[in-house]
Design a protein. Structure first.
Lengths: 181, 203
């Protein structure tokens, strides 16, 4: 397989990702076996591939919904405040909500999102992320289902992009430093 | 698995579906070049699973963007005009745009989306749909890539829902009549379900 020039190395190959997604789906299916009204809320754009693969392996009935976010500017970074460009289609009040993220970096965005959703009084609220960069965390945020911890490098593929490029690579790869620095 | 008990029959099994998605990917690879850098526009929610699998087979440089739409109500059905809940992040002027849809039914919504995007002056505009129901067509819309032509049955799975469920089934199935009859007062398989919102009223 020929890697794009901008790619330094593959961190997680297709088989490794697929096996872990399967594993996460099994845990989630077990944990929500008795839960009525589970809704997966995928955060666009990054989570769409993870969501498509995770949902297929769930054995519990569920709905899917999507939200789209945009950051305000640098001044709001520390509060994590983001603009909801598109909110969930259906109300989450009284439902079991599982937020699906591609990656947890500083944690601010996810923490803000969970606070926002919590105010809507869901029956339960948890987070599932494919990737987490512990070295980058600035705030404690609980990720209930985590695929992989990765080092602090710029990763692309499986939903993650660099300036909208490399998003649909079937593996997760580290970008060469000279590309993003 | 409970959801599968509601399936009357499997119309397109997983393997056949995946093989066809790969073929569509190859067709797209030969239609565009890296320099074209087509923007794949996924119409949510139905098409997200198809998009995820389709893009795995793309070898040409491309980007993805999303639109989510909702119908205004019965009065606007014939015009196909829908409310855009989430518009494209990207400006598509002079871009090659490929709309990715799960299913084309009456064609009216697609016709409207196509007209809407045309006003933004893309370099080209094509349509890729996984499924098409020719028997239901009310307006002629050109489809460039079609996965399967299917009969006018109540299908779900692989992104398509009934009342928001069944989207995650890995195949395309036909829902048991008693399931959708129980959920609606109507008797025709065309009957929109109140909560399906998007898809039944979509084109």
């Amino acid at each position: 397989m020929k890697l794009p020039d901008a790619i330094e190395r593959i961190l997680l190959d297709e088989e490794t990702i697929a096996a872990q997604v399967c594993e996460l789906a099994a845990q989630i299916s077990a944990d929500y076996a008795d839960a009525d009204d589970l809704v997966l809320v995928g955060v666009l754009k990054g989570a769409f591939i993870f969501m498509a693969d995770l949902a297929r392996h769930l054995t519990v009935p569920h709905r899917v919904d999507f939200i789209a976010l945009s950051s305000y500017n640098r001044n709001t970074v520390s509060t994590g405040a983001v603009r909801l460009i598109m909110d969930t289609r259906a109300s989450i009040t009284g439902r079991h909500v599982l937020v699906i993220e591609d990656i947890v970096d500083t944690g601010y965005t996810l923490e803000y999102l969970l606070r926002t959703f919590h105010a809507r009084q869901p029956a339960s609220l948890r987070a599932c992320a494919l990737l987490s960069k512990p070295e980058r965390h600035q705030i404690e945020v609980s990720v209930d289902y985590l695929g992989f911890e990765i080092p602090d490098v710029w990763v692309v593929g499986y939903g993650l992009d660099y300036a909208d490029r490399f998003r649909t690579l079937p593996y997760i790869a580290a970008l060469k430093r000279e590309v993003y620095e | 698995m409970g959801l599968r008990d509601d399936v009357d029959k499997i119309l397109i099994p997983e393997q056949e579906l995946q093989a066809r998605v790969a073929e569509l990917g190859q067709a797209i690879n030969t239609t565009y070049t890296d320099a074209d850098r087509p923007l794949l526009v996924c119409v949510l929610k139905g098409a997200f699973m198809f998009l995820a699998d389709l893009t795995r087979h793309l070898e040409i440089r491309h980007e993805v963007d999303f639109m989510e739409i909702s119908s205004y109500g019965a009065g606007t059905v014939s015009s196909g005009v829908v409310r855009i809940l989430l518009d494209l992040e990207q400006n598509i002027e002079r871009r090659h745009v490929l709309i990715v849809e799960d299913i084309i039914d009456s064609g009216r919504t697609l016709d409207y989306i196509t007209r809407n995007l045309e006003t933004r002056r893309p370099a080209s505009l094509r349509v890729c749909t996984l499924l098409s129901k020719p028997a239901r067509r009310e307006i002629d819309v050109p489809l460039d890539f079609v996965g399967f032509e299917i009969p006018d049955e109540f299908v779900m799975g692989y992104g398509l829902d009934f009342a928001e469920e069944y989207r995650n089934l890995p195949f395309i199935g036909v829902l048991k009549e008693e399931v959708y009859q129980a959920a609606t007062n109507h008797t025709s398989p065309r009957a929109p379900s109140a909560s399906a919102g998007g898809r039944r009223s979509r084109g």
